[in-house]
Design a protein around this ligand. Structure first.
Ligand SMILES: Cc1ncc(COP(=O)(O)O)c(C=O)c1O
Length: 434
């Protein structure tokens, strides 16, 4: 049954001669893999590797491929722009159009600004918060990922529960060699989904805290949803204490609703970071919020900001995902997967938690109720998951290579779900059958 991936292996060996670590991003190869699969091409929900193996894809290119691979309508918009020119470093009329659309759909947006990656956009939001409030500290939460830059890479992926320190006063863990020792000096790390700890910390340090940054749904781990009322309470607390609230919607933006998690949960932050899905696979990101904040003296530069190719892709994506029924259909498809997985788990007596949220679904082995705290991640049975993942990959279903969070696109169909559940059933039987 195993797929042949010899060409991928050969290419990885060659890559290591010229390319650091053999991959262009540390995320292109999972730690447990001997070598990554090399992509050849993709169409809709399907991806082909260089050995000709076909996969139903649930990685979604880490989130951006909300329309699936190589969507015709998006391609036409981008090709039309290529013929006019790909980069001018001048304003284009299309930027006005895109900005108007974003202001219409992002609940906190009076104005928007652009960068090329989520990392950059979060750095801009840190600056805006400090400039607007005149304060310097930022509260971020354990396990939340906001990008790879020094001040953002704090307490994202602790090695062990022990390395995190006491829950009511977590230690700050730096993530990378070469990071400035003082990277986290102005960062306060707290456990998420705990309003009491947030309240106590804000009471104590409110005169120093510029902003609280949060992923509104914690997707950079085994996913965790906010407890009922948590985001609203966070909103009230920050407002009452002259602290800005930043929603990092790099994952949730355009994936859980057109207006992101702010729309879904009805909680309006001061600033939003958006990236990934809204340009259907092209590298563009940005910030949104009230005019008085975005216009408080911060002038982010960037050669490729609002590059016309990316803007054309974003406008086409926004057109497509704005059509009636888009989000209902995404939720229906992930709902079918959730139902199918839960039926299999019950039939084979497997302890797992499977859930969905519009275009995102999750499956974690070893737990049978939703997690509420990032520290619960250490209870998840990763070994069983990796075993499951490899068997699915061999059968043409590509899940996330490291964690139980999966994306679908508007191109995923009921037939894809049928095939996926067939594969899951085979794998359940093989792994858990008597
Ligand atoms: C929530 C969140 N914020 C920020 C980032 C960083 O975005 P980028 O990889 O575009 O720099 C990511 C990337 O995965 C993310 O998931």
């Amino acid at each position: 049954m195993a797929n042949q991936t010899d060409t991928s292996k050969k290419l990885f060996i060659e890559a290591q001669k010229y390319l650091v670590g053999g991959v262009a991003s540390s995320l292109h190869k999972a730690e447990h893999e001997e070598y990554p699969i090399y992509a050849s091409h993709g169409k809709g929900s399907r991806l082909w590797d260089v050995d000709g193996n076909e996969y139903i894809d649930y990685m979604g290119s880490f989130g951006p491929s909300l329309l699936g691979f190589s969507p015709d309508e998006l391609n036409r918009a981008v090709i039309a722009q290529i013929e006019k020119g790909t980069h001018f470093a001048l304003p284009t009329e299309s930027v006005n159009k895109l900005s108007r659309r974003l202001v219409e759909v992002i609940p906190c947006a009076e104005v928007v600004g652009y960068q090329s990656s989520g990392t950059e956009a979060n750095l801009v939001n840190y600056r805006l918060a400090r400039s607007f409030t005149g304060k310097s500290k930022i509260i971020k939460f354990e396990g939340h990922y906001h990008g790879w830059a020094d001040e953002l890479s704090v307490s994202v992926k602790p090695m062990s529960l022990k390395s995190m320190g006491p829950r009511n006063k977590p230690w700050k863990c730096l993530e990378s060699a070469g990071q400035l020792a003082g990277s986290a000096d102005e960062i306060i790390v707290l456990p998420w989904n705990d309003i009491d700890i947030l309240e106590k910390t804000i009471k104590r340090y409110k005169h120093e805290i510029a902003a609280v940054i949060t992923e509104p749904v914690m997707y950079n781990a085994e996913p965790i949803k906010p407890l009922p009322g948590y985001l609203a309470a966070m909103r009230q607390l920050t407002k009452d204490n002259d602290i800005l609230l930043i929603f990092d919607e790099v994952i949730t933006g355009f994936r859980v609703a057109l207006g992101g998690a702010s729309q879904l949960y009805g909680v309006i932050p001061d600033l939003v970071t958006f990236a990934k899905a809204f340009a259907g696979g092209y590298p563009i990101a940005g910030v949104a919020g009230r005019r008085e904040i975005l216009e408080c003296g911060v002038h982010p530069a960037g050669t490729f900001n609002a590059n016309p190719l990316c803007v054309a892709a974003a406008i086409a994506t926004m057109d497509i995902i704005s059509r009636p029924g888009t989000y209902e259909n995404l939720e229906r498809i992930t709902g079918r997967i959730k139902q199918g997985v839960n039926e299999l788990a019950a039939r084979y007596g497997v302890k797992l938690w499977c859930d969905n949220q519009v275009s995102i679904w999750q499956m974690s082995f070893g737990i049978d109720s939703p997690m509420t705290d990032f520290r619960d991640n250490f209870k998840v049975d990763k070994k069983t998951y990796l075993n499951f993942y490899k068997r699915c990959l061999d059968r043409g279903v590509r899940l996330h290579s490291g964690r139980g969070r999966f994306y679908i696109s508007t191109a995923h169909t009921d037939k894809d779900v049928d095939k996926t559940l067939e594969v899951f059933e085979e794998v359940f039987k093989e792994m858990f059958g008597k």
